[in-house]
Design a protein around this ligand. Structure first.
Ligand code: SAM
Ligand code: DTB
Ligand code: SF4
Length: 349
């Protein structure tokens, strides 16, 4: 495993396993306490995803409908034009999103026209006053610096699962490759968005190990997307049984306790999770959702569902001028979250 991004162990595997195995409601209660200490519990950040280059990806990620190795209904497309992307970003902003996340089905970024266009798009999204996040595959240090110069707020690159289980899901790149890109993003001063997927067929220990790796990254990711597998026809994981919703809540609660300052984002899979379970996820410390009818290629809850969910729970979308993303903080000094205590929460007694 790459050592550059690992810090002296802050959380041991056994302490995390103890947390993970606690009675569910004790765990949620503890996570809610941490959440309220570090964040405004009424606030949920709304994010919008856009696939700026869809399909034909050479990688073999077993969950992904965009891999060229699987026959799925995804229609591969050319890279979107800058104006088209910025029009979508404007629309997302009008619908209340404060973070615009752009995905490209690439193994890695290649220097040249496509990357130059990404830089132009990033400048455009930042010019709209939104946080800009990209997920473009592997990045070199130089490419990360160029994205930082263009004003990129955050880069999403997930570890997806434990190092042990990783080889059963992806064979075309290694965990080490993933960690190297994350280190390059950090070194360039861009916020790291790094999380995983639950429901791939991994064990509970794999989930604990993933959370252990995330918690001990140095610096810790500022954003942690928790995806529940969306099983897509044609992919090797099409028949996977649905994830147990309480396992989803457990992972969210543990992520909140281990990474108290991070935004914990409910990402893929919300469409098949009942609203009451989503409410419990907010109590357990989730504080961001992806809105809009589509994620990258798969469907997402409708705007009305999300509007009434937040209204019924007394939650509000984050205000457009409030920048929590550390990279963007200088833009609105004085709008920080509830003053956090420096100490890291201790494991459950
Ligand atoms: N190609 C880039 C990469 O892999 O880094 C970016 C795009 S990729 C779609 C971003 C993340 O979406 C993946 O790391 C994975 O966690 C998540 N994802 C993709 N397909 C999914 C699915 N069917 N269900 C749940 N999450 C999924
Ligand atoms: C992340 O962890 N989840 C988002 C975002 N980062 C890029 C993507 C979810 C994709 C779900 C499958 C699809 O819609 O293609
Ligand atoms: Fe390609 Fe990313 Fe999908 Fe893997 S997850 S197949 S790298 S688009």
């Amino acid at each position: 495993m790459a050592t550059t991004t690992m810090q002296a162990e802050k959380w041991t595997l056994s302490a995390i396993a103890e947390l993970y195995d606690a009675p569910l409601l004790d765990l949620v209660f503890r996570a809610a306490e941490v959440h309220r200490r570090y964040h405004d519990p009424r606030e949920v950040q709304l994010c919008t995803l856009l696939s700026i280059k869809t399909g034909n990806c050479p990688e073999d990620c077993a969950y992904c409908p965009q891999s060229s190795r699987y026959e799925t209904e995804v229609d591969p497309g050319r890279m979107m034009k800058t104006d088209e992307v910025l029009a979508a970003a404007r629309e997302a902003k009008e619908a209340g999103s404060t973070r615009f996340c752009m995905g490209a089905a690439w193994r890695e970024v290649t220097d040249g026209r496509a990357f130059d266009r990404v830089l132009e798009i990033v400048r455009g999204v930042r010019g709209l006053g939104m946080e800009a996040c990209c997920t473009l595959g592997m990045l070199t240090e130089d490419q990360a610096h160029r994205l930082a110069e263009a004003g990129l707020s955050a880069y999403n690159h997930n570890l997806d699962t434990s190092e042990n289980f990783y080889g059963q899901i992806i064979t075309t790149r290694t965990y080490e490759d993933r960690l190297r890109t994350i280190a390059n993003v950090s070194k360039a001063g861009i916020s790291v968005c790094c999380g995983g997927i639950l429901g791939l067929g991994e064990s509970q220990l794999d989930r604990i190990k993933l959370l252990h790796t995330l918690a001990n990254l140095d610096p810790q990711p500022e954003s942690v997307p928790i995806n529940a597998l969306v099983p897509v026809e044609g992919t090797p994981l099409e028949g996977k049984p649905a994830l147990d919703t309480f396992e989803w809540i457990r992972a969210i609660a543990v992520a909140r306790i281990l990474l108290p300052r991070a935004m914990v984002r409910l990402s893929a899979g919300r469409l098949s999770i009942p609203r009451e379970a989503q409410a419990l996820a907010f109590l357990a410390g989730a504080n961001s959702i992806f809105t809009g009818e589509k994620l990258l290629t798969t469907p997402n809850p409708e705007a009305d569902f999300d509007r009434s969910l937040l209204a019924d729970l007394g939650l509000q979308g984050r205000a457009p001028d409030k920048h929590e993303c550390p990279k963007d903080r200088h833009a609105t000094a004085g709008t920080g979250t509830v003053a956090p205590e420096e100490r890291v929460a201790a494991p459950l007694a």
